[in-house]
Design a protein around this ligand. Sequence first.
Ligand SMILES: [Zn+2]
Length: 319
Amino acid sequence: MTRAEDGRRERDLPGPESNPRLGLTGFVSDTPASGLAALGPEDRELLDQAVAVLAGLRLAVLTGAGLSTDSGIPDYRGPQSVPRNPMTYQQFVGDEALRRRYWARNHVGWRHLRRADPNAGHAAVATLEQRGLLTGLITQNVDKLHSSAGSVNVIDLHGTFDRVVCLQCASVFPRSRIAEILEDLNPGYLERASDAGDVAPDADADVDDTGDFQMAPCPVCGGMLKPDFVYFGENVPKARVAEAYAMVDAAGALLVAGSSLTVMSGLRFVRHAFKAGKPVVIINRGWTRGDEFASLKIETGVSEALTYLAELLPDLPPQ
Ligand SMILES: [Zn+2]
């Protein structure tokens, strides 16, 4: 479903566009007008080193929340991020009050993600793929902004915000269909919650007063629904992990952008590339758990750095 198709129901609802100071994402954008202008001389020197390390190699790219902060989607773990305690899978399935609170916040928050626009970093990764420089892209982000920017070979490692799965019959539904059911079950809720100002990367908005929120049962079997992304305490599906390993195996180097690699689901690909003797370049503001495996670590703006690499990495020689 496109944004245009399902935008009809939303037109009557209060949204970020009602505030002219805010962008489409509902947040004041601090994306630099010109990505490269923001890079200092030390940044450029390190990025030139990255070009030297990566030139002539097909790359697997691994991205995390730091890439989407320029699209107005807050990072859990970046240096400026607000500390959060993301819900675990066990809490979600085991505690009805927490699950109700989660769905209420997600009901508000997923709309912000749907309105978010890809930034220069997403565009740069798509350019790298179009130039034939990538074996593919593994992202820990559930916001689908890489796909919006034109990336094709994308593994959504932690799932996507726009799908909902039934834990009983395994049916999968578009999030927009569940949104319609939730709106019917909770008339006026979105209007009351429209002042929610903060959305985490998994569509978790800050909303008070969630106690009477009515959750939607599975339209097929009446079972428990869950946003189709991987929670803390939950494993990435094995087939998806295997596909991602294959992407790294087919590559000559691994480029990590905007992830602190705090969770093993992403870190294992860094270890895998390192063990295979492949260069690992990490671009991230702040420490990452993969730093000890990196051939080169660059602490600068992720979207600017990717833009620089997309411009300066040379074409691969014809095979
Ligand atoms: Zn079901």
